[in-house]
Design a binder for this molecule. Structure first.
Ligand code: NDP
Length: 336
């Protein structure tokens, strides 16, 4: 028997901003699982900024997406057929074959998750890769200490909203965020406990941050002028965790670097980039520690997560493009 399904293919590599015509919905037939495989009906899929990098054909830490083949990414779903005793039919699993309604996955490449205790979608957000990125970036890369004053950009997104809250839970004395709308700023200060937040569209980011600095840690999700402004507002021995540079992902020409690099010397600053999967490999204790702590924080309401949900595979590309434009508050997800 086969299962009829639909999947999204990349059909051309975007230059600059991706266009809907760079993608195509394709009907496919999947075989029954071979020994060692499971068939998953995906119920949630993630769209993430890093996917933009994989749409281009350039050398990076992950290979580019293939053309005329389904895109990939985090997904959660229900096992509907299994040819492996370790993963039963009915289990809810997390895996890496999103952008499609069904996936044939090796049982060794899925993680069975508990969808009774928390909603299944959280494993793509606050309890998944974005939450882990926030935790590892703060604790292992920025080496957060009690009393630190923390600045995070992209603060109302999946990673950023977790960064601000986790920093506070780990003893930061001050947490300040930047985001792209009045509503997002209000969410950060009124619901997530940020001490202050700025809307970077209100003026030059350096000037907006001036009343709130100096900072000991800058968690950079944005790059560009945010990074330059943060360097100016870091205290002596400040540390930057370079997590992302979304302001530049659709650039067609190299962006100018920060003009204030000499402050690395005068303020004795440190900046370290990281990729979450690799950082977790380097710090094998971090993932276990994160899952225990974050699970508890979410359960008792100290770590709050919001999701922006788009329905249906037909709107997955729109969800991805909207994420890049700031249409999400918290984690952007597609419900299938
Ligand atoms: P988000 O949920 O934060 O969504 C992206 C957000 O970026 C948008 O909502 C938008 O919010 C903001 N944004 C878009 N363009 C700009 C711009 N020009 N200037 C400032 N902000 C902008 O995504 P994630 O939480 O998934 O990812 C956040 C960052 O972390 C990304 O850079 C991503 O690549 C990186 N990342 C890195 C990982 C690693 O291992 N190093 C792992 C996971 C994520 P707004 O309305 O505020 O503009």
């Amino acid at each position: 028997m086969t299962t009829s399904t639909r999947e999204i293919h990349l059909v051309s590599r975007p230059t600059g901003w991706p266009e809907p015509s760079d993608f195509r919905t394709v009907e496919a037939e999947l075989d029954d699982p071979a020994p060692g495989q499971v068939l998953v009906r995906n119920t949630w899929m993630s769209v993430d900024p890093y996917m933009r990098g994989r749409m281009s054909d350039r050398k990076s830490y992950v290979p580019p997406f293939a053309l005329d083949a389904p895109l990939e990414g985090g997904a959660v779903g229900e096992v509907v057929a299994s040819a492996d005793d370790s993963v039963p039919v009915g289990a809810t699993v997390l895996h890496g074959l999103g952008w499609r309604e069904h996936a044939l996955v090796p049982a060794s490449a899925v993680r069975v998750v508990d969808a009774e205790r928390v909603p299944a979608s959280s494993y793509l957000g606050v309890l998944g890769m974005p939450g882990l990125t926030a935790y590892v970036g703060l604790t292992r890369i920025a080496q957060l200490r009690e009393g630190d004053r923390v600045l995070v950009s992209g603060a109302a997104g999946a990673v950023g909203s977790a960064v601000g809250q986790i920093a506070r839970l780990l003893g930061a004395s001050k947490v300040v965020g930047s985001a792209g709308s009045t509503e997002k700023v209000a969410w950060l200060t009124e619901e997530l406990g940020f001490d202050a937040a700025v809307n970077y569209k209100d003026g030059p980011i350096g000037r907006l941050l001036a009343p709130h600095g100096p900072f000991d840690v800058y968690f950079d999700n944005v790059g560009g002028d945010h990074l330059e402004a943060a360097i100016s507002h870091l205290a002596d021995f400040g540390r930057i965790a370079a997590c992302g540079a979304i302001a530049q992902y659709n650039d067609t020409e190299a962006a100018p670097g920060p003009r204030n690099m000499s402050m690395f010397v005068t303020k004795r600053l440190t900046m370290r980039g990281f990729i979450v999967s690799e950082a977790v490999g380097e710090h094998p204790d971090a993932a276990k520690e994160f899952h225990e702590r974050a699970g508890q924080w979410v359960a008792d309401g100290r770590l709050v997560a919001r999701e922006t949900v788009v329905d249906g595979l037909d709107h997955a590309v729109d969800a991805f493009l909207d994420l890049m434009r700031g249409g999400n508050t918290g984690k952007m997800l597609v419900r299938l």
